[in-house]
Design a binder for this molecule. Structure first.
Ligand code: ADP
Length: 552
């Protein structure tokens, strides 16, 4: 039981109280990094370039425009947009004005998007022109939405026979920028992000100004993203998914140059932009990096400025880390979730680790890492007992902290258990506080009463040269209850027979994983089902294989 002390018994500090406001980030950026550039690959086709000073002015104009449209404090204003400068202006123009920036993931199913637009009660939808066909489908189902605003130049405005559209630039042009960022309670909602809803409807995580600023401070620290004014950062992780891991805030707080890739996320486009803008740092999920690496390796290219990248969202395969290391890029493996704004842990070495050999150091860096200051974590067993942090015991990962949700938006049922948020992940934590995810709770494989880590098997198997992507799932077994099987998509250029790859893969796994973890079968499919955020969709995979049974 934690003890508390009453205020009457305390000598209070004599320091100013300033509410933590998102607008203070962009004001700071304007005042101290005014000439730093923001470069965006636009849907118009060209590269757009302006400064933090320009961005701050246009964000203030956007805030004015929202007031002119008679939108109210706390109204939810939604975006359906790629990473770009207009999206950044909305981040600040909406939140800085006391409204809530609701970033919608356009990769969700249409009925899920309709559901969240209604659930959030969005008043306005800002959208990139790419999403016009989607918007035309949504419009008939969203009569409560007051304005549909296209984020495009005036001379590129589309015609629609379905809905009236306003041009973003017309809105901004009507304003003079004579607007001061308001001050209000730091606990007010700033942004809203829905989980992907792989099971059931998406759920809303409603961030506050306070939680966002604290997350921003912590995420820019040296053993976190380590962003500085010397960096050129390309956030590849979408601004529509957990605020691009907070980079629109952390880059501006630190004064880094920002490069937005827009809709062009293929390997060739990313590489070209990284080289032309001399990107030093980036962040994204493994599936995006797989495309970039394939392009770079396939064309025998090198990076001239790219030095480090944060990889998370799903486990980063060790083979990917190795490939990046050979290209001179340091991978920082991170774990987080929508409900955590999203950063929870990042892997990095400590002074004591320098005594270890390289192989052991690599093992540490392959884990999901230590908590950021501000996040506490523990693992618990099936009956709720706290398990030992010995790096061996697997348990349900629980977290708490200043940027962890307390409730989902418009839900009266708290997800917390004794003040802790159950992440739905199964993990180990070692005595040094280093956490390793072994599975999602719903994906664990229990064989003969013992847990098998599907992630570890996938990590090793994806290092096989013929494998493009693989997933390890359980299948029923009469004696052991469940056994692991591996489902594989081979690389398109591989011409070997499946039986040959299977035998080769099992030999490849031998000695790299425990004997009793060895998959009982290897199945080949054409395309891996993925979630809206590029993660293995194991629910779908299990459904696809519901008629499969192990040959006895
Ligand atoms: P959703 O897919 O529901 O939107 P998030 O994007 O919030 O969810 O994903 C959170 C989940 O992604 C985590 O609970 C965890 O299972 C998985 N995840 C995130 N980062 C990693 C990582 N580095 N290694 C393994 N799993 C990860």
């Amino acid at each position: 039981m934690v003890s508390t002390i009453k205020n009457d018994d305390l000598l209070m500090g004599r320091m100013m109280f300033q509410p933590l406001m998102i607008s203070s980030i962009i004001e700071h950026a304007k005042n101290h990094h005014g000439s730093t550039e923001i470069v965006s690959q636009r849907t118009e086709g060209d590269l757009h370039r302006y400064t933090y000073r320009d961005c701050e002015l246009r964000s203030r104009k956007m805030a004015q425009a929202l007031n002119r449209l008679q939108l109210k404090t706390s109204d939810r204003i939604a975006t359906l947009a790629w990473n770009g400068y207009r999206h950044l202006e909305l981040y600040y123009g909406i939140s800085g004005n006391g409204m809530v920036c609701h970033t919608i993931n356009p990769r969700l199913f249409e009925d899920q998007i309709t559901y969240i637009i209604h659930h959030a009660d969005d008043q306005v939808i800002f959208f990139d022109i790419t999403f016009l066909p989607l918007v035309e489908k949504l419009y008939p189902h969203c009569s409560h939405v007051k304005h549909w605003i296209c984020m495009v130049d005036k001379n590129k405005m589309p015609e629609s026979s379905v809905l009236p559209i306003v041009c973003y630039e017309d809105l901004i042009d009507k304003e003079d920028g004579n607007f001061e960022w308001p001050i209000f309670d730091e606990n007010a909602a700033s942004a809203l992000c829905y989980t992907s809803g792989t099971t059931g409807n998406p759920k809303g995580a409603l961030y506050s100004h306070r939680s966002t600023i604290l997350h921003t401070y912590a995420s820019a620290l040296p053993d976190s993203l380590n962003i500085s004014a010397m960096d050129t950062v390309m956030p590849v992780v979408p601004m529509f998914h957990v605020n691009a891991w907070g980079t629109p805030y952390s880059c501006m707080m630190a004064g880094a140059k920002i490069v937005f890739p827009g809709a062009k996320l293929d390997g060739a486009s990313l590489y070209k932009l990284m080289e032309s803008e001399q990107v030093s740092m980036s962040a994204g999920v493994p599936t995006i990096w797989a495309g970039l690496l394939q392009y770079v390796m396939g064309n025998h290219l090198k990076f001239s400025s790219f030095k480090r990248t944060v990889i998370g969202g799903s486990a980063c395969p060790p083979a990917m880390m190795e490939t990046f290391a050979n290209l001179g890029v340091k991978v920082i493996h991170a774990w987080g979730m929508t409900e955590l704004s999203p950063l929870g842990t990042l892997a990095s070495l400590k002074v004591n680790d320098l005594k270890k050999n390289q192989a052991d150091q690599k093992l540490i860096l392959q884990k999901q890492g230590r908590s950021l200051f501000g996040i506490d974590m523990k693992i618990i067993g099936d009956t709720g007992q706290t398990l030992t942090n010995d790096g061996k015991a697997f348990g349900n990962l629980m977290v708490k902290g200043s940027w962890v949700i307390s409730d989902y938006f418009y839900s009266d049922q708290s997800p917390l258990i004794d003040g802790w948020f159950p992440t739905g992940d199964v993990a180990t934590i070692d005595a040094e506080g280093c956490m390793q995810i072994t599975d999602r709770t719903k994906d664990v494989i229990k064989s003969g009463g013992e847990w098998i880590s599907s992630i570890e098997i996938e990590n090793v198997a994806s290092g096989h040269p013929d494998i493009l992507i693989c997933a390890c799932i359980s299948t029923p077994h009469p004696k052991w209850d469940e056994r692991p099987i591996l489902v594989v998509v081979k690389k398109p250029e591989v011409t070997k027979k499946n039986e040959e790859i299977k035998a080769d893969l099992l030999t490849f796994l031998t000695g790299k994983i425990a004997k009793w973890w060895m998959p009982d079968d290897v199945l080949f499919i054409e395309e891996m089902p993925l979630t809206a955020t590029g993660k293995l969709l194991k629910v779908k995979l299990r459904e696809m294989l519901k008629d499969y049974s192990l040959k006895s």
